[in-house]
Design a binder for this molecule. Structure first.
Ligand code: IPM
Ligand code: MG
Length: 354
């Protein structure tokens, strides 16, 4: 048996993970994967039940599992809680607790959705890039001060720290991944200003020497942000630090037309975790409006990377392709002339297409 911990989380996290489990069950019937599910809470939902966004018990269960399928966390309701109780702490706790140092965020342009892209079709058509974001270091995890007084003036600060081993492991993974793709790595930093970025660039250059067949170039993050909308086709694998990866992956996600379709894999030392890129969208939660495809595609990544079930992963991806090709659209990607469906119905259609 293969144990999957499902963490629905908050808002639409509940319905999209339910959809993904339905699809996994269907694929399990076909490919005899022997999947088993166990559920845990996280985020605001966990705070309401246990007074903390992530319990030690939930983290332990994840450590013992074969893979974690995560929905989303957050909601207005919990925005005013002190920092250590906020829903986002759950995802940071899981990332740190499971050692999830690499976040893989692929952006694929579906020909059927090209008109939903904010960019011109001729510009985005054929783009296929993967952002490899460092996930447990840098400014999101460095020492910080919420508030201090200096000469009677209030200030706050955060710190960007990267060590050589931290940069090495994420860079190696990026190069190894590039070898399986088109063999090109773009490292994104701000080495013209930041010391941590200068070390980043030096380590990336050193690691690159072990991968002579992979092409490497460097971009400053401001330029990278511009290049992503100017000419996304130039990219294969982008490797970058935590904060730049956070920002650029949202930008890259919409190139394909909708963030609702974008999956991610967080790879680490223990169990890996899979989640859609989008958030918990509390405004549409429970209304059967959410697009479950990002989560379903994340489940496909779980099968691929954690369970090494490539055929089953491909079957899910093909079922999504067919659903889109047949004209089915959830509200976020709906345009005139297509068939509008809700979360539950699109899930059934995807299952039927498996
Ligand atoms: C993401 C999200 C998280 C992050 C938030 C929810 C803390 O934006 O996974 O990209 O910033 O890492
Ligand atoms: Mg983000």
């Amino acid at each position: 048996m293969k144990k999957i911990i499902v963490i629905p989380g908050d808002g639409i996290g509940q319905e999209i993970t339910a959809s993904a489990v339905k699809v996994l069950q269907k694929v399990d019937e076909k490919f005899k994967l022997g999947l088993e599910y166990d559920y845990r809470d996280a985020g605001g939902t966990s705070y309401e039940k246990f007074g903390t966004p992530l319990t030690d018990e939930a983290l332990d269960a994840c450590k013992k599992a074969d893979g974690v399928l995560f929905g989303a966390v957050g909601g207005k309701k919990w925005d005013s809680l002190p920092v250590h109780l906020r829903p986002e702490k759950a995802i940071f706790g899981l990332r740190k607790g499971l050692g999830l140092f690499a976040n893989l965020r692929p952006t694929k342009v579906y020909p059927e959705l090209i008109n939903s892209s904010p960019l011109k079709p001729e510009l985005v058509g054929g783009s296929d890039l993967l952002i490899v974001r460092e996930l447990v270091g840098g400014i999101y995890f460095g020492p910080r001060c919420e508030s201090e007084q200096v000469n009677g003036v209030e200030q706050a600060w955060d710190t960007e720290i990267y060590s050589v081993p931290e940069i090495e492991r994420i860079t190696k993974l990026a190069f190894e991944t590039a070898k399986l793709r088109r063999g090109k790595v773009t490292s994104v930093d701000k080495a013209n200003v930041l010391a941590a970025s200068r070390l980043w660039r030096k380590v990336v250059v050193d690691v690159a020497k072990h991968f002579p067949d992979v092409e490497l170039n460097h971009l400053y993050v401001d330029n990278a942000a511009m290049q992503l909308v100017l000419n996304p086709k130039q990219f294969d694998v982008i490797v970058t630090n935590n904060i730049f990866g956070d920002i650029l992956s949202d930008e890259a996600a919409v190139i394909g037309g909708s963030i609702g379709l974008m999956p991610s894999a967080s790879i680490g030392e223990l169990t890996s975790l899979y989640e859609p890129i989008h958030g918990s969208a509390p405004d549409i939660a429970g209304k059967d409006l959410a697009n479950p495809m990002g989560t379903i595609l994340s489940a496909a990544m779980l099968l691929r990377y954690s369970l090494r079930q490539e055929a089953a992963a491909k079957a899910i991806e093909a079922a999504i392709d067919k659903t889109l090709a047949d004209g089915w659209r959830t509200a976020d990607i709906y345009t005139d002339g297509f068939k509008k469906v809700g979360t539950a119905q699109v899930t059934e259609i995807i299952c039927d297409n498996l």
